[in-house]
Design a binder for this molecule. Structure first.
Ligand SMILES: NC(=O)c1ccc[n+]([C@@H]2O[C@H](COP(=O)([O-])OP(=O)(O)OC[C@H]3O[C@@H](n4cnc5c(N)ncnc54)[C@H](OP(=O)(O)O)[C@@H]3O)[C@@H](O)[C@H]2O)c1
Length: 337
């Protein structure tokens, strides 16, 4: 079956392309002329893999790319906590989804669309664990990225109600091997920690996230193609834990010392504002920005029970996942222990 993957040059999209090829599918990867293709197979050596150049903000390029495809995985998005021009979140994450949906309608051959949303689209879960019935309260948004994913989620669900065969999946914080893009925040923070630039825990450990291993999320996407019911939401989340727990597990696995102190959020916030000033001067996007601190002030814990039942989704524990990630980062030469 020929499938198209948007965001194929990204962290999740790259791993998804490889897994689809391994499972015998024919994959067309939507990439931009500027994309770094290092995570993708070579189209000259794998006959089942081809590139289509386009942009989700360019409707015509999507129409061309979708030709002959039966399934669309729409993973492309701007995945940054902060951008100097926040309107880009809307043109890409909302406008891009609208274009994908319209192109799928026009093509008529598309049997299923798997849209990658985010746990952010459901909103924070301070003090409890949420499932797919949670609706974002839309009172406060930690970031423009979150706001764009909430708007896009509503558009995706409305299009399902209007009859498009779309399944929406909601990964947690994705971690594991793959491109070290901003989306790979766990990898980035482990590098900061092991290179000595992050000496303490981030905040007091009251933060909570659902950590999803990238290959579990990939399997969840493929299961959503095979078994997901159009119009349904599926949380592809994992173990609910704080970053303090991540650093503690990392210390045990690597037999290194745990951080000895907590860096208060106000210090991280001050640093985040300085990072934004630095970005405005240099153009280099910050790893930690004020929206990141807003996110750290909340909890984001979810249950993936529905995906377990409907999609046979079976996420691994953080301990298991990090046991693979740390040697992988060491093998890349980006951390030492
Ligand atoms: N990472 C996480 O923790 C996480 C958690 C929950 C949900 N998600 C969702 O998962 C999806 C993938 O995230 P990721 O972490 O893999 O992000 P990523 O590594 O930053 O990849 C994003 C991809 O989107 C592409 N893209 C951006 N703008 C585009 C445009 N205008 N036209 C076409 N392609 C464009 C990028 O292409 P270029 O290579 O050309 O830039 C890249 O391939 C996103 O929808 C994100 O919201 C991620």
């Amino acid at each position: 079956m020929k499938v198209l993957v948007t965001g194929a040059s990204g962290y999740l999209g790259g791993r998804l392309c490889h897994a689809l090829l391994e499972q015998g599918h024919s994959v067309r990867a939507l990439v931009r002329h500027t994309s770094d293709l290092s995570v993708l197979p070579s189209s000259s050596t794998d006959g089942n893999f081809e590139l289509a150049y386009g942009d989700v903000t360019d409707y015509r390029s999507l129409l061309d790319a979708f030709s002959g495809c039966l399934v669309i995985f729409h993973t492309a998005a701007l995945v940054e906590p902060w951008l100097p021009d926040p309107s880009k979140f809307f043109s890409v994450n909302v406008g891009g989804l609208k274009n994908v949906l319209q192109a799928a309608r026009e093509k008529k051959t598309i049997q299923k669309i798997i849209y990658t949303s985010s746990f952010f689209a459901l909103g924070p879960t301070d003090g409890y664990i949420a499932d797919e019935t949670q609706v974002h309260p839309e009172k406060v948004f930690c970031s423009e990225y979150e706001r764009s994913k909430v708007i896009a989620d509503k558009i995706a669900l409305q299009s399902a109600a209007d009859g498009l065969p779309i399944v929406v999946v909601y990964p947690g914080v994705i971690y594991g091997p793959g491109k070290l893009s901003t989306g790979n925040i766990v990898g980035q923070l482990l590098i900061e920690r092991f290179q000595g630039r992050l000496p303490g825990y981030i905040g007091n450990g009251n933060d909570k996230y659902s950590f999803s291993h990238v290959d579990d999320v990939v399997e969840g996407h493929i299961a959503a193609m095979n078994k997901g019911r159009p119009g349904e939401r599926y949380l592809l989340t994992g173990e609910n834990a704080s970053f303090m727990h991540v650093f503690n597990i990392a210390a045990i696995i690597t037999e290194t010392k745990k951080p000895r102190f907590n860096i208060p959020l106000w210090v991280i916030e001050a640093y985040s504002w300085l990072s934004v000033v630095f970005c405005r001067l240099t153009g280099k996007l910050p790893l930690i920005s004020p929206p990141t601190v807003n996110v750290l002030r909340h909890q984001w814990a979810y249950s993936c029970e529905k995906a377990r039942v409907d999609l046979d989704y079976n996420p691994r524990s953080l301990q298991e996942g990090l046991k693979e990630v740390l040697p992988w980062l060491k093998g890349l030469g980006v951390i030492k222990y």
